[in-house]
Design a protein around this ligand. Structure first.
Ligand SMILES: Nc1ncnc2c1ncn2[C@@H]1O[C@H](COP(=O)(O)OP(=O)(O)OP(=O)(O)O)[C@@H](O)[C@H]1O
Ligand SMILES: [Mg+2]
Length: 235
């Protein structure tokens, strides 16, 4: 479904991605982990064409994304929930939901979103900025889902969110994946990533330094310790 082959990206002279190879198959949930500043967000931005790659290939559902205009990418069925959520604080929840759509959503489409995220129905008329961090994250995810994507790129959805909400978000993201939408999840929350994603990539300084299954990482805590600096309690 999504394939990155030898992807290179520069910010000016700074060579941030140095040949990233990564694949997400149809229906899969895959995590991309790594310490701060290794290039996870840059990888997602390069996929979406927001930062233009300087080499390599990004292919999504048979189309070379690095060869088309960025504004066409969402229309191919790829949704992007950026780090920090980027909702519009002064627009209502409903306006935020509809912002990417060419025309207002039908009742069925809205009902579908509201059944997945009842809180957004309750708060539909309220300014987006008055929602809690976790609710804003749900709004950012819902804003993508309303466009009926085949795949979602999620950049640190649990960053800065209270623990109780993290569990709720985990269930919501799992439900999205179980509905058949592929997921590429960038996370610092190692436990959450392992719980959601059977397959894991770890990045270090612009390259993939490890790939394996969640089970392998769970069974070999030294790997996570070495590449992520996290201690894993798997008793
Ligand atoms: N717009 C930019 N201009 C120049 N350098 C940038 C820009 N954005 C990111 N960088 C640099 O590129 C590197 C990778 O950044 P990136 O945001 O992709 O990392 P990350 O893995 O997402 O980190 P984090 O976990 O903190 O979100 C960092 O060294 C960062 O300082
Ligand atoms: Mg980032």
């Amino acid at each position: 479904m999504l394939k990155l082959e030898g992807l290179h990206t520069h910010y000016g002279k700074s060579h941030v991605l140095q040949g990233v190879d990564l694949e997400v198959r149809d229906g899969e949930a895959v995590a991309l982990l790594g310490r701060n500043g290794v290039g996870k967000t840059t990888t997602l931005r390069s996929i979406m064409g927001l930062t233009k790659p300087s080499g390599g290939a990004v292919t999504f559902a048979g189309t070379r994304l690095d060869r088309i205009q960025p504004h066409l990418i969402a229309g191919l069925g790829l949704g992007y929930v950026p780090q920090g959520r980027r909702i519009f604080p002064n627009l209502s929840v409903l306006e935020n939901l509809c912002i990417g759509l060419a025309r207002p959503p039908g009742k069925a489409a809205l009902d579908d979103i509201y059944s997945q995220f009842p809180i957004l129905k309750e708060r539909a008329g309220q300014a987006g900025g008055t929602l809690s961090g976790g609710e804003q994250q749900m709004l950012a995810i819902a804003r993508c889902l309303i466009m009926k994507p085949k795949m979602l790129l999620l950049d640190e959805p649990t960053e800065g969110i209270m623990p109780k909400m993290v569990t709720t978000l985990k269930h919501k993201i799992r439900a999205v994946n179980e509905a058949g939408i592929s997921i590429l999840l960038v996370e610092q929350n190692f436990v959450m990533a392992l719980a959601l994603c059977p397959r894991i990539y770890i990045m270090e300084k612009g390259v993939i330094c490890y790939q394996g299954t969640a089970q392998e990482l769970h069974d070999n805590p030294d790997i996570a310790h070495r590449f992520l600096g996290v201690a894993v309690d798997n008793r």
